[in-house]
Design a protein. Structure first.
Length: 393
């Protein structure tokens, strides 16, 4: 990095204070482009091979759906920032037994720190609005017990507690301003959000323009879902124009939060992606659309811009997913969300390289730099110290 650039950044007033502010709150997602590492497959590369794959792609923020120890060990010393998960099957136990929650955090989080940068715990996945209603009532208790466990272990200032929501929590989401939580979800969602706002956690959204499109391909312009030029949509209540569906989905979540009384909570996208293959009725699930979505999404996130309704909240998303997962049940699309195939080669070219030597990428995204904020953050911090010592400029 050239010296004059460093000086310029550095003397910006925000940058001077940034390290001080950032140290006061937990922030699990330090970049804007993260990825989900799903492992429901019997043929994908080992966690040790995933590390160089992510390094080459300059992806630093990763989510897994459990706390698999082989992954946590492989990620040790790599600087990768990982959010671990408690599965839905564990929620009842974690909610009923505070001591089990404490032991879980000890065994699966504390024992891997500080070598493995575990930065968050996702408690359950797509619980509210989901099919298993018995879990809805367990979620908040599990979240509280896990949070209390991190507090007891003095990890609450470095581990963010959250849970990912699907669009099944919303009654409607079009236009974005009209979005509200479903009536039957609201009674569970409100106390959960109250707790999350107390501990500074974001609202985690799994947002799939792909799913919206395949549910109504006759009405929805696929180009709008794929970030391609269209006339977009106009939200008369917000008086805002949307040129892509992902931004509209995120603002729909903001509208639902506002309707429920949470005006300050940040929305982050914990899953988004596009399947490169699907069943006959999954119109649009093919390689060229998946490539277009993921290529344009990467460009969108690299802009580090907010949405029309929340221009100051930079959009952050974890892509779903690293690999195609051959053992996932459900429609064919479910097994074909990977940016990489099971053999480690790329599924399509969005500028990343596969594991295999012959696999090269031809695209370059000149405007995409994804340095991983933490690295620059350490540097800023270091330089800040230098300034204080009067060594700089
Ligand atoms: C969490 O801990 C606090 C004090 O440490 C306690 O008052 C509270 O009851 C605990 N909550 C749960 C759900 O165990
Ligand atoms: C993918 O689907 C689109 C329609 O969504 C179609 O126009 C295109 O030809 C398909 N591409 C391939 C490679 O099948």
């Amino acid at each position: 990095m050239a010296n004059h650039i460093v000086c310029f950044h550095f003397f910006h007033p925000l940058f001077l204070f940034f390290p001080l502010i950032a140290s006061l709150t937990v922030q699990a997602f330090t970049g804007t482009y993260g990825i989900n590492y799903g492992r429901i497959a019997n043929n994908i590369p080992s966690p040790d091979e995933v590390v160089p794959l992510l390094r080459a792609a300059k992806i630093k923020n990763v989510r897994i759906y459990d706390a698999d120890h082989s992954v946590l060990e492989a990620f040790s010393g790599t600087g990768l920032e990982i959010v671990v998960g408690l599965t839905n099957g564990q929620l009842q136990d974690m909610s009923a037994n505070a001591d089990h929650a404490l032991n879980w955090v000890k065994d699966n989080v504390q024992s891997f720190l500080p070598g493995t940068h575990i930065v968050g715990i996702a408690v359950g996945n797509e619980v509210l609005g989901g099919d298993d209603l018995s879990l809805w009532g367990d979620l908040l208790g599990a979240v509280k017990n896990i949070y209390n466990a991190t507090k007891k272990l003095h990890l609450d200032d470095r581990i963010e507690i959250s849970t990912a929501n699907s669009f099944a929590v919303f009654a409607n989401s079009y236009p974005p301003s009209s979005c509200k939580f479903k009536d039957n979800v609201r009674q569970y969602m409100k106390p959960l959000l109250e707790f999350f706002s107390q501990i500074g956690s974001p609202f985690c959204l799994n947002a799939y323009p792909f799913l919206a499109y395949i549910s109504d391909p006759d009405q929805i312009d696929i180009n709008y879902a794929l970030f391609k030029p269209t006339k977009g949509i106009y939200d008369p209540e917000f008086r805002l124009h949307y040129d892509n569906m992902l931004d509209a989905q995120i603002d729909a979540a903001y509208a639902a939060l506002e309707d429920a009384g949470f005006h300050k909570m940040e929305v982050i996208v914990t899953e988004t992606g596009w399947a490169s293959d699907g069943d006959q009725n999954e119109v649009g699930a093919n390689v060229s659309n998946a490539r277009t979505y993921n290529y344009n999404l990467r460009k969108r996130l690299a802009k580090k811009k907010g949405t029309p309704h929340r221009p100051k909240n930079v959009v952050k998303a974890y892509i779903f997913a690293i690999f195609n997962e051959n053992s996932k049940p459900g429609p064919t699309s479910e097994r074909n969300f990977g940016l990489y195939k099971a053999d480690g080669s790329i599924s399509y070219d969005i500028g990343f390289h596969g594991l295999n030597a012959g696999d090269s990428s031809h695209l370059s995204l000149k405007n995409i730099i994804n340095p991983g904020l933490s690295r620059s953050y350490v540097m800023v911090f270091f330089l800040y110290a230098l300034i204080l010592l009067n060594f700089w400029c």
